[in-house]
Design a protein around this ligand. Structure first.
Ligand SMILES: [Zn+2]
Ligand SMILES: [Zn+2]
Length: 158
């Protein structure tokens, strides 16, 4: 195993092993809904179906097909995540996080803009479901959707 440290997939300026990895490995529970959402995005990037199913609330888990989930991994290359709104106070049992996640599929860029709902039960946060929202347009001075770290206008300006 290489000991080279990689930046986390979720877009925080942090190493993977200090960001989403402890939740995905099972060393710790994600402490808040945004951390869970980020770690679920990272699990999509690293194709970890087990974690995605474990962090799904029980009623949603019954409906999710592992086979469909795994099949989706092959079709979709996740590029970057932008958290748009995340409100959470200590002691809250329900919360919402709004995000836009960018991906490549069939060589075109796609966007999942979602308001996700989360519930806290048995000392853990779970993802329940979400509303799909119309795509956002990124300001030209913001980081490019492709995850390069460069500004949009200097990277993929269309
Ligand atoms: Zn992360
Ligand atoms: Zn770009």
């Amino acid at each position: 195993m290489s000991m080279q440290r990689i930046e986390c997939y979720c877009g925080r300026d942090e190493y993977y092993d200090r960001c989403c990895a402890p939740y995905i490995i099972g060393d710790k529970n994600a402490p808040n809904p945004e951390a869970l959402m980020r770690s679920r995005y990272t699990a999509f990037c690293t194709q970890n179906a087990d974690y995605l199913l474990e962090t799904l609330y029980k009623n949603a888990r019954e409906k999710e097909s592992r086979r469909a989930l795994v099949a989706s991994f092959a079709d979709t290359q996740w590029c970057s995540l932008k958290v748009i709104r995340s409100h959470y106070r200590n002691g809250q049992k329900h919360a919402e996080v709004e995000f836009a996640a960018f991906y490549l599929a069939n060589n075109t860029v796609g966007q999942l803009h979602e308001r996700s709902r989360f519930v806290f039960e048995d000392e853990k946060w779970f993802y329940t479901d979400g509303d799909i929202l119309p795509p956002i347009s990124l300001p030209r001075n913001e980081q490019c959707w492709c995850g390069s770290g460069r500004k949009l206008k200097k990277c993929h300006p269309d």
